[in-house]
Every structure is written in structure tokens, then in C-alpha cells.
Design a protein around this ligand. Structure first.
Ligand SMILES: [Zn+2]
Length: 133
């Protein structure tokens, strides 16, 4: 178990079945990033890229992820920022703070889902109607 101080970005379409430590996998087609928890516990951390979830900034060498990575669901409960490829550790959050953060995330995600989610089923139905005419 070695904690990571840096994460090197690898741009890829799909993630490998076994991720390497110290790598931040970035899939633009799937709008998702993945890495192994920086505490060294070996858990995969998947961060979807969307307005309500994470956004990435690439400076040509390194990637920053916003907001922070809060692995509340993992046994390690690690919490850190990824800024310009460097891992910046946060203090440990209390259970109440974690609950508050999770509630806020759920709220943001629910809003985003209602307002911005594409409706492929509705589109498909329209397509089928026009095709029958
Ligand atoms: Zn961990």
C-alpha cells in the first residue's frame, strides 16, 4: 500500500481490466475518468465527466479534476484533489460532512438528470412514427 502523489493521464477509449497505479485513465468517448484510489488501497475510482459530476482540465501535460475525489463509499474514505497531476490530500471529513456532501451531489445529479438528460427513447419513437408514414 503506497500512497500516490502524482497521477499521469492516459487518454484511452476504454479502461484496461486491471488499472495501473499512478495512472489517470481518461475516456473522452465515454466521458469518464478512472484511477486506482490514491491512498494505495487498490480500489478503482470511476469519475463520470458531466456538468453535475466531474470536469477535467488538461494543460497539455497533466489533468486536473474538479471537484475533489471523495471516496466515501470505500473503506479507506480517502479524500483528495487531483490538480495538475498532483494529488493533494484533504483532511478527514466527519460523518455529518460526508452525509451533507452526498446529499448535495444527489441533488445536483437529480437536477441535471431532469434538465439535460437526452431522451433517446422519445427520439426513437419519433423516428419510428415518421418511418411508418
Ligand atoms: Zn483508498
Amino acid at each position: 500500500m503506497t500512497a500516490q502523489d502524482t497521477l499521469r493521464p492516459v487518454f484511452t477509449e476504454t479502461f484496461p481490466s486491471t488499472m495501473d497505479t499512478g495512472i489517470l485513465y481518461v475516456s473522452i468517448p465515454y466521458r469518464t475518468c478512472g484511477h486506482l484510489c490514491c491512498c494505495g488501497c487498490g480500489h478503482e475510482v470511476i469519475t463520470p465527466i458531466s456538468p453535475a459530476q466531474w470536469s477535467i482540465a488538461y494543460d497539455g501535460e497533466n489533468v486536473s479534476l474538479t471537484p475533489s475525489i471523495g471516496n466515501w463509499a470505500l473503506p479507506c474514505r480517502s479524500h483528495y484533489w487531483i490538480r495538475h497531476g498532483h494529488v493533494q490530500w484533504s483532511r478527514h471529513y466527519s460523518a455529518a460532512e460526508i452525509a451533507q456532501n452526498r446529499e448535495r451531489d444527489r441533488h445536483l445529479l437529480a437536477q441535471n438528470t431532469e434538465e439535460h438528460r437526452p431522451r433517446p427513447l422519445a427520439r426513437l419513437r419519433r423516428h419510428l412514427q415518421s418511418w411508418r408514414r
